[in-house]
Design a protein around this ligand. Sequence first.
Ligand code: SF4
Length: 266
Amino acid sequence: MIDSNNQLLAVKGRIFDIQKFSVHDGPGIRTIVFLKGCILRCRWCCNPESQSYEPETMLQNGKKKTIGYDATVGEVIGTVVKDMPYYRRSGGGITLSGGECMCQPDFSTALLEVSRDYGLSTAIETTCAVEWATVERFIPLVDTFLMDVKHMDSAKHREYTTVPNELILENAKRLSKLAKRLVVRVPVIPGFNDTPKELHDIAEFAYDTLGVDEMHILPYHRLGYDKYIGLGRSYGMGDVPPPEKPKMEFLRNVCASTGISCYIGG
Ligand code: SF4
């Protein structure tokens, strides 16, 4: 056990941030570990610095900052467990985000396994746009899958994220039968998926096909704008404003009409 743990602690991954005291991405108080690398290129992505696996230089407040560094599981868990009393009191733990943590499966699964050895609750934010054999590795290690289902139409999904949705929907079906807990998340993006029909179709898929009873709809925001500028990239959403509260309430009710419990936010 100690030998195997030592091996797990030495596994290296590439991350770009660790955020403490999150209350949005899984139960209780959590530490979020952000991994580098993603398969999709969503136009609205608020973490563009996560997309490339390679470290990048980003201008932040006029200063150059290198985004992305390599760390071992031991180094990351050493930071995470400092907040153990908060996790114990709140039922919280660790959430892997990104980027896409399934792009670094050896590191992610090792970190999750060690986290479980510490008694932490484990969650991941994922799109599951990877081969099933990779998704399967995460199932015994994850208490809560927060899975994005962004659109039911593959052509539109591809247009806005560069990737079709067939593999994602197929993995969602398989995962729903095996995951300890699966929550479907939908970023509500103006012009992409913000009509009642588009949201209803996703809610119906989640509730009727997947048998999932909880769904989160997350309003588009523009907080990533400065990062695109800092990376020397153009912002893919132009001047599109975020959806207003009454619209989000309306869409929440549309989703809830399928029978699913739908919440605004994480
Ligand atoms: S899946 Fe998430 S991290 Fe990846 S590009 Fe889309 S919004 Fe960004």
